[in-house]
Design a protein around this ligand. Structure first.
Ligand SMILES: [Zn+2]
Length: 126
């Protein structure tokens, strides 16, 4: 039986997505559990040290946010598998490029819409 060029294997995709979701959840949990030593020691420190720590926290928050958005996207892709809309762009309804789905099974937007979403929410005046 020739392997079809048209259908991705939903069972394999689901497994990959569930695996990805589990790993991402683990990473979120590790970040959330990290003891906040900076907060406890901060009072006795000089401003310079505190600033470094604040930047560290911001980076961590940024990582946490990106993990959360990865998790949300993975959940969405799984929901789309259930709905039967997997492989269709959530924004424009066009099919998502197959190569894109193969590279990133958690894709819920086509290339064009994903690129549009990555732009800053409030672009500066031109
Ligand atoms: Zn689209």
């Amino acid at each position: 039986m020739p392997s079809s060029d048209e259908d991705l294997d939903p069972a394999a995709i689901r497994l990959a997505l569930e695996d990805h979701r589990r790993l991402t959840r683990d990473r979120v949990a590790v970040l959330a559990k990290r003891p906040e030593r900076g907060a406890a020691q901060g009072f006795g420190k000089r401003i310079g040290d505190g600033t470094t720590e604040a930047v560290g926290r911001l980076t961590e928050i940024g990582v946490g946010r990106s993990l959360e958005s990865t998790l949300a996207r993975t959940e969405r892709a799984l929901a789309k598998l259930d709905e039967g809309s997997y492989g269709t762009c959530d924004a424009c309804g066009e099919p998502i490029e197959r190569a894109r789905l193969e590279a990133r099974p958690d894709s819920v937007l086509c290339l064009r819409c994903a690129a549009a979403e990555r732009r800053p929410a409030a672009p500066p005046r031109r």
